[in-house]
Design a protein around this ligand. Structure first.
Ligand SMILES: Cc1cc2nc3c(=O)[nH]c(=O)nc-3n(C[C@H](O)[C@H](O)[C@H](O)COP(=O)(O)OP(=O)(O)OC[C@H]3O[C@@H](n4cnc5c(N)ncnc54)[C@H](O)[C@@H]3O)c2cc1C
Length: 434
């Protein structure tokens, strides 16, 4: 039986960062089931194109992780000012919608502005206690117009879950809240593009976002690709690894989806298994396209309209020309489902129709390459069941001295830098014997 001090499940950014911080200080085994590192931040190559699992842009905010990420990328990194847009009512308007209503038809614009001002006036008087559901939150904060024309249709498409049951703990960093002055100015005066968490971002010059995990994976002595942890017993400290056999460990860092970890944990009590079984997520299908003759400079656009099957579409070559052969652009188009399979052929037809309708392409003849990628567990659902389940699961994991981190290990809506931060934090806790 192989013995290790620390077993890390998953070689995405969380697992790689933990391994990097343990390297040379503690014996560890990093088991990644795929034949390449990177998890969701990997990049795949096809026909001269580099395709990510949809746009993966680096929003850096903390000194330690910024240093590690920029240090790993070295000169292979550029800083870019966001050009994000919204396509609604047959016109493009800059993102965020709520602060850039100027491009909309007059009736829609006045509905949105008057609704926002009325909601803003009522907001101060309203005392909110406890978690709020999305439908109530958006109407309270943005009013009827912005909710009906953007927030509700866009989020229904993205989450694929009843919005009257979706709770709002995830909103704070991701949904920009403009002031009344910004809303009025954005409707009748100047554009306000500087709002939100991602106004500037970093991205590798070459190799797609996969350049980052590849750089972190270099010289990691304990990284093993093609190893899938099939089951484990946390009390005994033993994991069964496919095609490899048992691995004995003292501490565990898990970065695989929390729901799967608990399903695989033989010694998890019934209450913990039940809690994990109540966790929900959506599934995202990404259609990557190689396209000739593209004119737009946009980085990505949001599509609230029901006539578009996708909620977001972006042009990756507008972050890095190196992602496609000369004269070509590469698109990523994201379609969410509640977990059900997508009919790829009819989805593709609807995507092409949508891209033509909003003017991003003129004809299907421009498409020279395609690659569908599936993200089975893409956005974890925030609901009452999640709020009740997580303490039950994490109390048990704590009693076993196991750490579960990263976007899916911690079961939250988070971003790449946060996975890196949690990887470093988990390694530090183990080195300090916490
Ligand atoms: C559509 C979409 C767009 C996004 N865009 C951005 C963005 O623009 N910017 C940003 O910062 N973030 C973005 N994110 C979030 C980002 O992808 C994640 O925060 C980050 O990649 C998560 O890294 P991780 O290591 O926590 O998890 P993962 O990348 O999921 O890594 C987990 C790893 O565990 C492995 N694994 C699973 N089970 C097992 C097992 N049993 N045995 C062994 N290995 C296993 C998997 O193969 C995987 O490699 C986006 C996410 C999605 C879904």
């Amino acid at each position: 039986m192989l013995k290790t001090d620390v077993l890390i499940i998953g070689g995405g950014l969380a697992g790689l960062s933990a391994a990097k911080a343990l390297e040379g200080k503690k014996d560890y085994l990093l088991a990644e089931r795929e034949s390449r590192p990177g998890g969701l931040s990997a990049t795949l190559k096809k026909g001269g194109f580099h395709f990510d699992y949809s746009g993966h842009l680096l929003h850096l905010r903390w000194p330690e992780t910024t240093k590690l990420i920029l240090g790993a990328l070295g000169k292979n990194c550029v800083r870019i000012k966001r050009d994000a847009r919204v396509y609604a009512h047959k016109s493009w308007t800059p993102y965020p919608f709520q602060a850039n209503l100027s491009g909309l038809p007059p009736k829609v614009k006045s509905e949105c502005v008057s609704g926002f001002l009325a909601a803003y006036a009522a907001r101060k008087a309203e005392a909110i206690s406890g978690p709020e559901v999305f439908t109530r939150w958006t109407r309270r904060v943005f009013g009827e117009g912005i909710s009906n024309h953007f927030m509700l249709p866009y989020n229904a498409k993205l989450w694929q879950y009843p919005l009257e049951r979706l709770t709002t703990e995830w909103c704070a960093p991701f949904v920009p809240l403009p002031s009344p002055e910004e809303v009025v100015k954005g409707a009748y005066g100047k554009k306000s593009e500087g709002l939100g968490y991602n106004t500037v971002f970093n991205y590798p010059k070459r190799g797609g976002i996969g350049a980052l995990p590849n750089a972190l994976a270099m010289n990691l002595g304990g990284l093993r690709l093609g190893l899938e942890v099939e089951s484990l017993n946390l009390r005994k400290g033993v994991a069964n690894v496919r095609h490899f056999g048992p691995v004995h460990f003292k501490r565990l860092i898990n970065t695989s989806p929390l729901k799967d970890l608990i399903a695989r944990a033989e010694d998890a009590p019934v209450a913990v298994k039940r809690a994990a079984a109540s966790l929900r997520h959506n599934t995202v299908y990404v259609l990557n396209l190689g396209v000739k003759g593209v004119k737009s400079d946009m980085h990505w656009g949001y599509f609230p309209g029901a006539d578009f099957p996708f909620y977001r579409a972006g042009i990756a070559t507008n972050f890095s020309k190196e992602l496609a052969p000369r004269g070509c652009a590469s698109f990523y188009i994201e379609i969410a489902t509640p977990g059900s399979a997508l009919d790829l052929a009819s989805a593709e037809e609807a995507v092409i129709k949508g891209l033509k309708a909003c003017g991003l392409i003129k004809s299907a003849g421009q498409i020279v390459e395609k690659l569908w990628l599936k993200i089975p567990c893409a956005y974890v659902i925030y609901n009452r069941e999640r709020a009740e389940a997580l303490p039950v699961i994490f109390d048990w994991l704590k009693s076993r001295k196991a750490l579960s981190i990263g976007r899916y290990g911690a079961w939250k809506y988070s971003f790449m830098e946060e996975s890196v931060k949690e990887g470093l934090g988990a390694a530090a806790a183990i080195l300090k014997r916490r």
